[in-house]
Design a binder for this molecule. Structure first.
Ligand code: GL4
Length: 836
């Protein structure tokens, strides 16, 4: 008889031979897949073949859940969350699916028994990096939590052929390589060409009378693009729910280029095909920076239109009338990237379904809710009117009509306040005219939220103040969260095991239970085990760092980590200035007693963001000098880990002692890396910004290293006329002079000039103003780390009190307050069940 590997209750479902959860079944299917799907046998099989054979073993075991889930939702016509996002930074699927299915350890054993290295196979997966940073990763955490909470939901986005670029460091500089993640195929997706839809672009509009003599508008496009859905199952943790991530690929429509063919322009027709496919070719690599390119607006409209058409198709299958669109669907706009959905839903209702304007508007507003993710002005999307008119002529008409009606409402409330009307208009008319996407999102939504308490407050006081004054009850806060499945259970198995051995494993779906670790902070034995886990993770990471950078690091040194996109507001330069200060102290007094530290940096710079790239060069250059200087005697190391992504993150967060969250107060909307660090027992050195404030509130001020100006202080300093040169004395001055002199650039005094001059003369993010406070907080860190026992206590308490930052909590709040979407438990069906 086959050995049952597991006897967990959630897996008592009926099984057939492709879903059986025995070791023998895994091993048999693994080789079947190698032969019958990949067409390989062991002598010729590559590691990637083995990875894929394993992926298909796992996929088979997900499909039963996926089908059961789809069948239940279809039959019950369940209320469904549609999460609209231009980015889904999923990270590798295999490990996560194994964890969520509850077969991770069993499969590892089965694979190991075959003489294969399980971890190596996991590393073979090319991660789907379909996002830039926090915003895209948040979407990924959210859809995983939605599935775990058994909420019917669809993630809608773009299947970029090339995701975020691969970063290499060459001579200390960032270089970009295209991310060919689909090169070896993608076992997790299933294309659904039968559900493809057409998306129109360009052309003109014309009025006409239909067969009932009604006034209608026809949009005559000059281009059609086919949108083909590719579906990926998203498993909940230890549930039967498998929801869908539906990503659209752009293709040329079969029929549309005939006109060109008839004119004999074969080449032109083929070129049209190529240009259609361009729409989903590549992810724009800018985080928090609008590029204003026509192709980007086309991408946004492409996936939004395809998704809304798909939602109409679902209504039809479930025989729900279009007038009840908002009862079936709650659609969330992940920032303004999908905000064109407001106009597109109006168009589909009015033009294609002949719903009267007032009713269509009511449906639209009840459908959408909008999350703002940034206050940075350069990220607020505004599209030049001519570009908009050329690409989306019908939408512009609809936006004008929405605007006229909206401004009438404002006029009634704020009679005579023409300035306010100009400020609130969907069209910016102060010079060249623009469509303001944030305003469109606000007007078309019944709920508007920020992503941390401070950020939501600043939205109300600042960027969206006029809208708050008009509709105060629409505004709310939803503090971000991250999924403990990927960011603890999968990435930190040692910690998971230790925690579960003391408090059981319910914390994985109810993170507030980590509080039960608090008393253990006083248990010396537990503290030692905790430190042992941390040390083992640091050793693992040291091996990775050595392999990827050639730099040897000491696992007993303090791992001080800053990993995130490189941006001036995030102030990686504040961090590296402090490193130079420590180095300078060591050089001045080689016998000074310092806490040995390893500074670990990671993150991508937008390819066109020169200062950010120069910051990377400064970090690597300082590293080159410091790491080799014998006077340092290995007490300081600086590592820039190339290509920070989800996969690398999973190795870094568990290994960190100190988490750097040092943005200028009022600039980081929330941050989510800060949460991943804290959960894994790192202490934070941070400003009063974003979710740092709430982390500090939860873990206790005594377990957090606070520094820097607060948001009001930043405002006051800027208002009083900030002059960074006033701060240029003492150690900071010596540090700046050392960099300026060319000491870290082989005597080239010009290399870092743009960066240094920018700081000395402008310093828009107040690096100099905060330097002293930062440096002092870092001294406290060094002192605290000397007392390992106390450090362990603080580390345990950070993790124990991080429960609030589970994305399960965030998603529950969205469901209760905005989406009103109840859970739908799934009963597993067999093939026999669905046949009938
Ligand atoms: C971001 C914010 O910068 C970041 O603070 C936040 O955590 C994230 C998710 O809400 O959204 N906004 C943009 S734009 N990119 C981000 O990462």
């Amino acid at each position: 008889m086959a050995t049952p590997l597991v006897a967990v209750e959630h897996r008592t479902e009926p099984q057939d031979e492709r879903t059986a959860l025995t070791k023998e079944a895994f091993q048999r299917d693994f080789f079947n897949n190698l032969f019958y799907i990949l067409g390989k046998f062991p002598t010729l099989a590559t590691k990637n073949d083995y990875y894929q054979a394993l992926a298909f073993v796992v996929r088979d075991r997900m499909l039963q859940r996926w089908i059961s889930t789809a069948a239940a939702y279809t039959k019950q016509g369940s209320r469904t969350v549609a999460y609209f996002s231009a980015e889904f930074l999923m990270g590798p699927h295999l490990g996560n699916n194994l964890v969520n299915l509850g077969i991770h350890d069993e499969v590892r054993k089965a694979v190991t028994e075959l003489g294969l290295d399980f971890n190596e196979l996991l590393l073979e997966e090319d991660e789907p990096g379909l996002g830039n940073g926090g915003l895209g990763r948040l979407a990924a955490c959210f859809i995983e939590s939605l599935a775990t909470l058994q909420i019917p939901s669809l993630g809608y986005g773009i299947r970029y052929e090339f995701g975020i670029f691969h970063q290499e460091i060459v001579d200390g500089w960032q270089t970009e390589r295209t991310d060919k993640w689909l090169r070896f195929g993608n076992p997790w997706e299933i294309p659904r060409p039968e559900w493809a839809v057409h998306v129109k672009l360009g052309g003109y509009t014309e009025p006409y009378r239909d067969e009932f003599y009604r006034h209608r508008v026809r949009w005559v496009p000059d281009r059609l693009v086919a949108a083909v859905p590719y579906d990926t199952p998203i498993l909940g943790y230890h549930t039967n729910t498998a929801n869908t991530l539906r990503l659209w690929k752009a293709e040329a429509p079969e029929s549309f280029d005939f006109a060109v063919f008839n004119r004999g322009d074969y080449y032109g027709a083929v070129m049209q095909k190529v240009s259609s496919e361009n729409l989903s070719k590549v992810l724009y690599p800018n985080d928090e920076q609008l590029q204003g390119k026509e192709l980007r607006l086309s991408q946004q409209y492409f996936f939004v239109s395809a998704s809304l058409q798909d939602m109409f198709r679902i209504l039809k299958i479930q025989k729900i009338p279009v007038e009840r669109f908002h009862e079936k669907f709650a659609a969330q706009l992940n920032d303004t990237h999908p905000a064109i959905a407001v106009a597109e839903l109006m168009r589909l209702l009015i033009d294609e379904n002949v719903v009267p304007w007032e009713q269509a508007w009511d449906i639209t507003r009840r459908t959408f809710a909008y999350t703002n993710h940034t206050l940075l002005p350069e990220a607020l999307e505004c599209w030049p009117l001519p570009l908009f008119a050329k690409l989306l002529p019908r939408h512009l008409e609809i936006i004008f009509e929405i605007n006229a009606r909206f401004l009438d409402e404002v006029r009634i409330r704020f009679y005579g306040d023409e300035e306010r009307i100009a400020r609130m208009s969907l069209i910016d008319e102060r010079g060249e005219r623009y469509v303001r996407m944030a305003h469109l999102a606000c007007v078309g939504s019944h709920a508007i939220n920020g992503v941390a308490e401070l950020h939501s407050e600043l939205l109300k006081q600042d960027v969206l103040r006029d809208f708050y004054e008009l509709w105060p009850t629409r505004f709310g806060n939803k503090t971000n969260g991250v999924t403990p499945r990927r960011w603890m259970a999968l990435s930190n198995p040692r910690l998971t095991k230790l925690v579960s051995s003391h408090i059981g494993d319910e914390w994985i779906t109810d993170l507030s239970q980590l509080r039960r670790l608090e008393p253990l902070a006083e248990d010396a034995g537990f503290r030692q085990q905790w430190l042992d886990v941390k040390r083992a993770c640091k050793c693992d990471f040291a091996a990775v760092a050595l392999k990827k950078t050639g730099i040897t690091i000491d696992p007993d040194s303090l791992f001080d980590v800053q990993v995130k996109r490189i941006h001036e507001y995030k102030r990686q330069h504040l961090n590296i200035l402090h490193v130079v200060a420590l180095y300078h102290r060591l050089r001045s007094n080689p016998n000074v007693d310092i806490t040995p530290r390893t500074f670990i940096f990671g993150g991508k710079a937008a390819p066109g963001y020169h200062i950010a790239k120069l910051i990377i060069k400064l970090i690597t250059s300082v590293g080159d000098v410091v790491n080799r200087d014998p006077a340092v005697r290995d007490r300081l190391k600086v590592v820039f880990l190339p290509n920070f992504n989800v996969k690398n993150g999973q190795r870094i967060y568990p290994a960190a002692d100190l988490s750097e969250q040092v943005s200028t107060a009022g600039k980081e909307a929330s941050g989510t890396g800060n949460m991943k660090f804290s959960m894994n027992g790192a202490l934070t050195i941070g400003t009063m910004d974003g979710a740092n404030i709430e982390i500090r509130e939860e873990v206790g001020a005594e377990n957090f290293f606070l520094f820097g100006l607060t948001t009001p202080e930043v405002g006051a300093l800027k208002a009083s006329g900030y002059n960074p040169a006033n701060y240029l004395d003492g150690e900071l001055k010596e540090v700046v002079e050392l960099i300026r002199s060319g000491f870290f650039s082989r005597g080239d005094a010009e290399l870092f000039r743009p960066l240094i001059d920018g700081l000395v003369h402008h310093d828009p993010y107040l690096v100099f103003a905060d330097f002293d406070s930062y440096s002092k907080a870092q001294q406290q860190v060094s002192a605290a780390y000397q007392d390992r026992d106390h450090w362990a206590r603080m580390s345990i308490l950070n993790s124990a009190r991080s429960g609030k930052f589970s994305s399960d909590r965030t998603i529950r709040e969205y469901c209760d307050d905005i989406w009103k979407a109840p859970a739908v438990p799934i009963r597993l069906l067999t093939q026999e069940d669905v046949k009938v």
